[in-house]
Design a binder for this molecule. Structure first.
Ligand SMILES: [Zn+2]
Ligand SMILES: [Zn+2]
Length: 342
């Protein structure tokens, strides 16, 4: 019984569950009420359900796959995330040690409120930059795009879609986070005398604050909520929905996780107009072909095979004159397409 309870709380931590789904359904109800008021329409329970959940939880293959991937990743993420965490710890400790060797031990600045805020912001910025770089590369490098496509293959967005994705990105994402966030944490460990555990905790606290501030559960939803002026430095739900859109003006936009500052800095930001529609999916994929991702083979095996094929093509270029099967035009790719200028 105890084991069952532990397993249950591992999958569903109540405050998190209530906040996520409460926000998802609450935003649906609020926007429905607003539409009723604005259009002076009659209330209909059926319309309300369709507005709040515009896909059938019983028949939508995309939703079923989201659930399956969510459960699978709950069991396996720690295995794929472990090397990244180890690399980050190593890079932080190495940087701290290297600074000590170079400049000698210094009596660290007293860790007061100001220092805590500086450490939190610094480590959080580094983690967001690492996320941005990885996500940008996932769209631009064909080997990675084949794996990242799984996340974009959802034709309806719901809070579980945030976990929809292949496991391998945790390996290279963790490596990038280790290379950027680790040394940053190491500098703060040297200057302020904080421990590695404190550095990780500060980053976790900052992430929590920003996921609430950016209304994270709505990023994977159909409700186009903007954060108004805050869109200048935060990724709003509407901005992430645009990232999932297969419409040409939306390609390769808004790579940030919580912060939009790197998108503005590297000219990949896109602030949608009020009510601007996004069409979820992958450009070049018909509704039918998108369904291929909604099987275990389509979500886990095929992406690895296609990714491996692209990799092989890189290391073993096809000789002139022979027919290269893997270079046949595929149905899709964000890769190589350039975003229109702002
Ligand atoms: Zn993406
Ligand atoms: Zn997403």
């Amino acid at each position: 019984m105890k084991h069952l309870e532990t397993l249950y709380s591992y999958f569903i931590s109540f405050p998190q569950f209530a906040l996520t789904w409460g926000m998802f359904f609450g935003a649906g109800l609020l926007t429905f009420a607003f539409q009723l008021y604005r259009n002076r329409r009659q209330f209909s329970i059926k319309e309300m359900f369709v507005h709040c959940v515009p896909f059938s939880p019983w028949t939508s293959k995309s939703f079923h796959m989201d659930v399956l991937i969510y459960v699978y990743r709950k069991f396996t993420d720690f295995v794929f995330a472990a090397p990244g965490v180890a690399l980050m710890a190593f890079a932080a400790a190495f940087t701290d040690l290297a600074l000590r060797r170079l400049f000698g031990d210094m009596s660290p600045y007293h860790v007061g409120y100001v220092a805590t805020v500086i450490c939190t912001i610094g480590i959080f910025l580094a983690a967001e930059l690492a996320d941005y770089v990885v996500h940008y590369l996932e769209h631009k490098v064909p080997v990675l795009w084949e794996l990242h496509k799984v996340h974009h293959s959802a034709d309806f967005l719901n809070p579980l879609t945030s976990k929809r994705g292949h496991s391998l990105p945790l390996l290279y994402g963790g490596a990038m986070a280790g290379m950027i966030t680790g040394p940053t944490a190491g500098v703060f460990m040297y200057v302020f005398g904080i421990s590695l555990v404190e550095a990780v905790l500060l980053k976790a606290v900052a992430s929590k604050i920003f996921t609430v501030w950016t209304l994270d559960p709505l990023k994977h939803s159909h409700i186009p909520v903007s954060l108004g002026w805050f869109d200048s430095f935060l990724i709003s739900p509407h901005m992430h929905q645009i990232h999932h859109s297969k419409l040409q003006p939306h390609w390769d936009r808004n790579f940030g996780t919580n912060l939009s500052i790197f998108d503005w800095l590297f000219r990949t930001g896109y602030r949608p107009a009020k009510g601007e529609q996004a069409v979820f999916g992958i450009s070049g994929y018909s509704d039918n072909s998108l369904q291929k991702f909604n099987t275990i083979k389509g979500a886990f095996i095929t992406p690895m095979v296609r990714s491996g094929r692209v990799l092989l093509k890189l290391v073993r270029p096809v000789p002139n004159g022979s027919v290269d099967v893997s270079s046949e035009p595929t149905e899709s790719s964000n890769v190589g397409r350039s975003a229109p200028p702002l």
